[in-house]
Design a protein around this ligand. Structure first.
Ligand SMILES: O=P(O)(O)O[C@H]1O[C@H](CO)[C@@H](O)[C@H]1O
Ligand SMILES: [Mn+2]
Ligand SMILES: [Mn+2]
Length: 401
């Protein structure tokens, strides 16, 4: 048997998807626009075919990049489009696990007074709150700067949303209390089910004034469970270990997971992945989400920070690859784009990279993939699990002669 590792570089799109026009995202390109900002030192990602995949997705090599010859690549590369109706995190992850989201989530479209008054009244009543602040579309870091002081004074949590199907609640870890914030989120989760909202997100922060308010790693996402069996459920049912690292367990509403490991930051998340890979039994699935690309840089429209984080990840990659056993598969991908040069602060509809490596992975192009589900289907095959309902197998183990 063999093992599989998926590492999601959250928001790392590689060029506008064929249906980007429906999202106002024609021309968005997370990777391309970061690469255009300055020369990037990412030799390991390029050796896995990242530049080739970006070329495949857009028809152009990202600025400043010299692509290694195809014969020198260390894996298979492709570029995958999303079939799910939204460009949100759960849709992207569920689709890559074989469950595209073809229905529409509920959204709060109004930029101000975004939430129905009955919803807020029920939340205030059931969670025994003195009221709420915010009630608008916002960037999470801006809104705690603007309303954090008032929140501390009044004890009213800050509620806000975005173009995603989310209801986010920001509150101070000490003044309001972390456990209390989680309890309020659980109440909100039940109230939001009838609105078909994908996630309630707890956004704890610390600090004593606007200049030093800082969100912490205690963020928690309350997702609705996937509507069909995912790759994770199928692996678990077949007696496999399914190890979540970072946000994955939350994104799948803790379904199909046998072990959940928390870590904060790129270094710690990759280190946890390496550590789990060292001990995971044959047949295991390890699934890691690197949230910082999205939450610290993409949504913050921080091109320099994103570029630096890509270089940091590139440096961590050899260690991860060196931990792969002879028949292991490592897939690097993303769940959507979040072009830091794009107007607004929301996600962008993009192709994502589908980079696969491991000693038995055939080298070369696996081309354009019409759904992220090809990732899950490929892994199901690699792990000798029953096939998923969606997706095409992109590659199989290359047997030695
Ligand atoms: O601005 P922050 O709070 O980071 O919010 C972002 O994070 C949410 C979940 O990924 C997205 O819906 C987006 O609104
Ligand atoms: Mn995401
Ligand atoms: Mn996001």
């Amino acid at each position: 048997m063999s093992r599989a590792v998926i590492v999601v570089l959250d928001s790392f799109g590689i060029g506008a998807a064929p249906d980007a026009a429906q999202f106002g995202d024609v021309g968005a390109n997370t990777f391309g626009h970061i690469a255009a900002s300055r020369p990037l030192q990412i030799p390991n990602l390029l050796a896995l075919g990242l530049g080739h995949a970006a070329y495949g997705a857009t028809g152009a090599t990202p600025a400043h990049l010299m692509l290694p010859p195809e014969s020198e690549l260390q894996g298979a590369y492709g570029w995958a489009a999303e079939v799910s109706s939204g460009k949100d995190t759960p849709s992207g992850h569920w689709e890559m696990a074989g469950v595209p989201v073809m229905f529409d989530w509920g959204y709060f479209h109004q930029r101000d007074h975004s939430f129905p008054s009955t919803l807020l009244a029920d939340l205030i009543d059931q969670a025994k709150l003195p009221g709420v602040l915010g009630n608008c579309h916002a960037s999470g870091t801006d809104i705690i700067k603007a309303l954090g002081d008032e929140h501390i004074k009044t004890g009213k949590p800050i509620v806000y949303t975005s173009a995603d199907s989310v209801f986010q609640i920001a509150a101070h870890e000490q003044h309001f209390g972390l456990e209390r914030l989680y309890q309020v989120c659980e109440i909100a989760r039940t109230l939001l089910d009838p609105y078909n909202i994908g996630r309630v997100i707890a956004r704890p922060f610390i600090g004593e004034s606007a200049s030093d308010f800082k969100r912490t790693g205690n963020r928690r996402d309350y997702a609705v469970p996937p509507h069909q069996k995912t790759l994770l459920d199928i692996a678990k049912e077949n007696g496999r270990e399914v190890i979540s690292i970072g946000k994955i367990a939350d994104i799948f509403a803790h379904q199909g997971i046998t072990k959940a490991v928390k870590a904060t930051g790129l270094d710690a998340l990759v280190a946890s992945t390496v550590e789990q890979l060292k001990q995971a039994p044959d047949g295991s699935l390890i699934f890691t989400n690197l949230v910082d690309f999205d939450s610290e840089f993409g949504h913050r429209r921080d091109v320099a920070g994103y570029a630096q984080a890509l270089e940091q990840f590139d440096q961590l990659l050899p260690q991860l690859m060196a931990t792969l056993a002879a028949d292991d598969l490592l897939v690097l991908t993303a769940d959507h784009g979040c072009d830091p040069t794009w107007p607004g602060t929301d996600h962008t509809r993009e192709y994502v990279p589908f980079l696969a490596t491991g000693p038995m992975v055939p080298v070369g192009s696996i081309g354009a993939r019409s759904s992220f589900a090809d990732i899950g289907q490929t892994i199901a095959k690699w792990l000798a699990l029953p096939p998923l309902l969606h997706g095409q197998v992109a590659l199989t183990q290359q047997k030695e002669d």
